[in-house]
Write a protein that binds this ligand. Sequence first.
Ligand SMILES: [Mg+2]
Length: 264
Amino acid sequence: MLLKLVLFDLDGTIYLSGKLLPGVQELLQKISRSGLNCAFMTNNSSVNPDDYLKKLNNLGLNAEPKNIITSCEATCLMLSDLNLGPKIFVLGTGRFKKYLAEKGYHHEEKTPSAVLVGFDLELTYQSFTQATRLINSGVPLVASHPDAVCPTVDGPLPDAGMLLAAIKAGTGVTPQAIAGKPNRWIIEVVKKHFNVKAGEIVMVGDRLQTDMRMARRFKMKSVLVLSGVTKSSDVKKSRVKSDLVVDSVSELTNKYWFGKLGWL
Ligand SMILES: [Mg+2]
């Protein structure tokens, strides 16, 4: 295969609790010297792509807007594909609502064409009640990403998947579509930013059910890192497989460099 793009998950792969993991800079420099592209992909929809760009630049990583792939942009592609909008009831943060509004999708309480579940750090009983009412009245349900929890140093935070589970428990309704990993809309964002086919991409990430599952589904190469949520005991139990398992990305710089794996 001829590898063109290295796609990195962020949390648990590139950084942990906002701190860059060891060896990240060296690996990114080697990737850039080798003429490969790289991009950073996250399912987190609580902040927008510009916030991620600033965050990565503040961590000392050279990133441009095209290097940032988030479920925010994937959500817009999904809404457009499904002909939903422009009025959407958003269970999400003000940042997410602002991003969506800039793309033409405005938060609407009363007569939306869909209920969109994101990573809602600003959830209130009132907003959850309104979402429930809308879903019960037949308004289609969609989500930015499926992750049940978001890992932090203080333990996991309830994420979009947990809200979806609560919605299912109370209404019996499951989402019609989910934009982020492991689904196709976030891959379409990658294809929009880079002229690549799925077979020319390697996905490096810490989650079996999103990162590795997406790589398998779209026939991308895959590297699972054990620096995040997945432990080596989980790897043996899981039906989702990856091409390579490493302790952290630093092992990709020399020991498991893509050239040595025959991927260049
Ligand atoms: Mg991760």
